[in-house]
Design a protein around this ligand. Structure first.
Ligand SMILES: Cc1cc2nc3c(=O)[nH]c(=O)nc-3n(C[C@H](O)[C@H](O)[C@H](O)COP(=O)(O)OP(=O)(O)OC[C@H]3O[C@@H](n4cnc5c(N)ncnc54)[C@H](O)[C@@H]3O)c2cc1C
Length: 386
């Protein structure tokens, strides 16, 4: 086990152990099959909820565990090391819809959703991206028009994780008008539930990795949303989404660390066992050097993540550091899983061992919640304006 060097409190260690036990017994044995069948077990969401993993940082007043960021990231790493698809469900739910409701929702909105989101009775999703608006999300086109006590939404959301099984979706739509566009300040956030007339689940994506996590398009066809489902102030939805994505980046970094750790551990075990030229592979220095580089990148990514989590919990802004964590961890995960396949040789290329799944799962961490290029833009801008 390649464990963290970060000093942990008794409580953090207990959370880590609970997540590790759950991941090893209830996720790891099934992750390969879920990947092949392109669907997870819906009962896992209920288990995540029962264990408190879906309300980890929510206050106790709405049924959460009120834990610190590091506890959350430790749990996420354990889940991701066993099954990255389950980890993204946990990350999106905790970082995006629940955080947006907590930080910007009215007391009535919070009470209506958060207690049941904390237990997993309601699963959350986040719908910002559109077919034509990804990295430049402020160019989104879904339009909301006020009609009495309703907003009427028309448009298509793309790439919505859990969009076909979520109960509460935080969706961004334009509330400015065609003759007075206001850019990112013309976007508002809405609380969407699948029972609304005009809500439709569209195409389900066939993916390279993260195959047990459903990613779908959502169509809003004249969808009538009660006016009290507007989150916070009109025109600030994009700001809310961007602020929440900052926390989300730490979650994706933890997911990447988990995938990378699983790859390092599997590779160490394999290269100790596998014999060529009459010796275990670890007897060859070229192999040892590769293992050393893999473990070093893993420790570096994780140490930066934990330091940033601690700073965030002290109340310091995580901004550029959160972007650095995601950039470093996701690129480490991609590099490490690539080396893992190389060290497994042909056995790394087939499905008998988990490293090919880890390789496929690692790739998405360089893309979603802001690509590596976008993280570099965020970091570069912070440096230029400091
Ligand atoms: C499995 C999966 C799950 C997802 N889940 C969600 C979700 O739950 N909710 C949600 O809202 N979205 C979700 N997304 C969408 C994801 O966040 C976007 O795919 C991502 O932001 C990139 O947008 P894009 O795919 O449109 O790529 P584009 O923005 O078209 O980018 C294409 C390439 O151009 C580069 N590029 C773009 N602009 C610049 C620039 N200014 N400078 C340099 N390079 C640039 C990008 O880095 C990238 O390499 C998900 C995506 C996937 C694949």
């Amino acid at each position: 086990m390649i464990d963290t060097l970060t000093p942990l409190t008794e409580n953090q260690r207990a959370i880590q152990n609970m997540a590790r036990d759950f991941a090893r017994s209830e996720l790891a044995p099934h992750a390969g099959r879920w990947d092949r069948e392109e669907r997870g077990d819906p009962a896992i969401t209920a288990r995540l909820g029962a264990l408190g993993f879906l309300g980890m940082m929510l206050p106790e007043s709405v049924g959460g565990l009120n834990l610190d960021t590091l506890s959350y990231l430790l749990a996420l790493e354990e889940i991701a090391a066993a099954d990255a698809s389950t980890a993204v469900t946990m990350s999106v739910h905790n970082s995006l819809p629940t955080r947006m409701l907590l930080n910007f929702g009215s007391p009535a909105q919070q009470q209506a959703y958060l207690p049941r989101m904390a237990t997993g009775e309601l699963l959350g999703a986040f719908a910002l991206s559109e077919p034509e608006a990804g990295s430049d999300a402020s160019a989104l086109r879904t339009q909301a028009v006020r009609d009495g006590d309703f907003w009427v939404l028309n448009g298509t959301k793309a790439w919505v994780t859990n969009g076909n099984c979520a109960d509460v979706i935080l969706a961004m739509a334009r509330t400015d008008t065609a003759d007075a566009r206001r850019g990112s300040r013309g976007i508002s956030a809405f609380i969407i539930t699948p029972d609304l007339p005009g809500f439709r689940v569209g195409k389900k994506e066939q993916k390279m990795g993260l195959r047990a996590s459903p990613t779908v398009q959502l169509a809003f066809d004249g969808m009538r949303v009660p006016a009290d489902r507007l989150l916070g102030a009109e025109g600030l939805g994009f700001v809310y989404a961007m602020q929440s994505l900052e926390a989300g980046r730490l979650g994706i970094a933890a997911q990447a660390v988990g995938i990378a750790r699983a790859a390092v551990e599997a590779t160490i075990a394999y290269t100790r066992e596998r014999q060529q030229f009459g010796k275990p592979l670890t007897a060859f220095q070229a192999v040892e050097f590769k293992l050393a580089d893999m473990a070093t990148r893993l420790h570096g990514a994780r140490a930066m993540l934990h330091a940033t989590a601690a700073a965030k919990d002290r109340g310091e802004p995580a901004g550029a550091h959160a972007a650095m964590c995601k950039l470093m961890a996701s690129e480490a995960a991609m590099w490490i899983t690539t080396q893992a396949i190389q060290l497994f040789g042909g056995y790394g290329y087939v499905t008998d061992y988990p490293v090919e799944r880890l390789f496929r799962d690692a790739k998405i961490t360089e893309i979603y919640e802001g690509t590596s290029e976008i993280q570099r833009i965020v970091i570069g801008r912070a440096l230029a304006s400091a």
